[in-house]
Design a protein around this ligand. Structure first.
Ligand SMILES: Cc1cc2nc3c(=O)[nH]c(=O)nc-3n(C[C@H](O)[C@H](O)[C@H](O)COP(=O)(O)OP(=O)(O)OC[C@H]3O[C@@H](n4cnc5c(N)ncnc54)[C@H](O)[C@@H]3O)c2cc1C
Length: 422
């Protein structure tokens, strides 16, 4: 075993050829499935293609790991069959997860409803899950990618599944959990490499798209705003119709807009773009004032000021400059510009940015789409192949920002593992 901090957490002792359960993927969903199956007395092997388990966890919540949330409503999970995810959540919810974490030594901290490990270090969660696996005797092999899975379909056969892993001899097991993630953030290991094998079992994979991802704009003029951060309300416009709305801080970058509200809307934007619809963001930079109130505020400025100077007192200076130059209001004094102030205000209340794409899986935090839930039982087992289970982001569930994606990974992993523990 290597000696650095992260890889010393892998657990390669006592490797056998055959197990009750093999889990493919040592992400949060796979580790939770492994722990719960093992607690039920099953022998478990986890295969992980990256050099360490739980590689993505270290990057979550900016290294702090926002693993669940105290607030929950029926908008936090998205996908074609969200009721499936809510039913699962009822069986292993945020309180159950916080309790589970406490049981493996992770004390939690609540920051405005967002739940983190107490020391706000993602590493704590990774370590605790690894130590629990070690305590239970779960075997984990890293740098080992499962490349093929076959089944003989014999109901009570201990060697019902055969797994071929690169750089290893094959393994057999009675039951198998596929917890390989979606396609988001492939540097952390989730890249869709097992999709072909999953489809061969007869499973549909609904189109996987980047979600929780920055959106790119068509018009290069917005590059001038790079670095501008603004609290605002944004409305996703699809074919000129208002759809979802979000409020919070957005950030203009060289060719894209990021920030939580944009990320939250992105899964709908990417879908609409795929459907060849017109997509734009309508940005209201003053959501708590109407146009008249905003005009009044500007007109109350020193009448010798230019409109640009007056605007820069109430919004970001770069944004003020952008609005006046783009709409021909340069150098005009507040006192001379009654109608033009209205024009500037209408832009500040509804800046329209046409969207032409997203920043792709490399920048996405999660994947929308995945294994079709119509072919999955409530216990996460396949309706098509006995002994085949799925957990986590590979399934057609994606969550909003706030800890809901990790909650889903742990919830589905828990249900798959506890089914197998029986
Ligand atoms: C930068 C970033 C920040 C995030 N922050 C948060 C946050 O704060 N809160 C939140 O709730 N969510 C967050 N997420 C999302 C969350 O991390 C994921 O939804 C979650 O990790 C999914 O868990 P999973 O176990 O299903 O898949 P993954 O975590 O993707 O794990 C899948 C594992 O399977 C392995 N694998 C894939 N194919 C094979 C194979 N053939 N053989 C062996 N192993 C394989 C991969 O290497 C990987 O380790 C964030 C994501 C990113 C990228």
């Amino acid at each position: 075993m290597k000696k650095d901090n992260k890889s010393s957490l892998t657990n390669e002792y006592s490797i056998k050829k055959s197990y009750d359960v093999i889990v493919i993927g040592a992400g949060p969903a796979g580790m939770m499935a492994a722990i719960t199956a093992s607690r039920g007395g099953k022998s478990v092997l986890v295969l992980e293609q990256k050099d360490i388990p739980l590689k993505k966890i270290y990057a979550t919540g900016n290294g702090r790991c926002n693993y669940t949330n105290l607030t929950f409503d029926k908008k936090v999970f998205r996908g074609d069959r969200t009721e499936f995810a809510y039913d699962a959540y009822e069986r292993f919810d945020n309180k159950a997860l916080i309790g589970f974490m406490k049981g493996i030594g992770v004390i939690s901290k609540d920051i405005s409803g967002y739940v983190y490990p107490y020391n706000e270090q993602a590493r704590t969660i990774a370590q605790a899950l690894l130590f629990e696996c070690r305590r239970l005797g779960v075997s984990i092999i890293c740098s080992s990618r499962a490349v093929d899975i076959t089944t003989n379909n014999k109901k009570d056969d201990q060697s019902r599944f055969s797994v071929i892993a690169d750089k290893q001899e094959g393994f057999t097991c009675r039951d198998i959990v596929i917890a390989v993630g979606g396609k988001a953030s492939p540097t952390h290991g989730s890249d869709g490499n097992l999709n072909k094998v999953i489809r061969r079992f007869g499973h549909e994979i609904l189109l996987q798209r980047p979600a929780l991802v920055p959106l790119t704009f068509e018009d290069k003029k917005y590059s001038d705003l790079a670095g501008v951060r603004l609290k605002c309300k944004i409305t996703l416009m699809i074919d000129d119709k208002e759809t979802e709305k979000e409020t919070g801080e957005i950030i203009f970058n060289k060719d894209n807009i990021s920030g939580i509200p944009v990320m939250q809307l992105s899964r709908y934007a990417t879908k609409a773009l795929d459907e060849k619809k017109d997509v734009s963001l309508k940005i209201d930079l003053f959501p708590d004032m109407n146009e008249d109130e905003l005009c009044k505020l500007i007109k109350e400025s020193d009448s010798d000021m230019s409109v640009s100077e007056a605007l820069s007192l109430i919004t970001n200076e770069k944004m003020a400059g952008f609005v006046v130059s783009d709409y021909g209001l340069n150098e005009i004094k507040v006192s001379q510009a009654e109608d033009k102030i209205y024009k500037a205000v209408s832009v500040l209340k509804a800046l329209s940015v046409k969207i032409n794409g997203d920043c792709g899986f490399n920048r996405a935090q999660v994947t929308s789409g995945g294994v079709d839930l119509n072919q999955i039982n409530a216990d996460m087992g396949s309706k098509l192949v006995d002994g085949l289970y799925f957990a986590g982001e590979i399934l057609d569930v994606d969550g909003t920002c706030g800890g809901y994606n990790l909650q889903w990974a742990f919830t589905s992993g828990y249900i798959a593992g506890s089914t197998l523990a029986k």
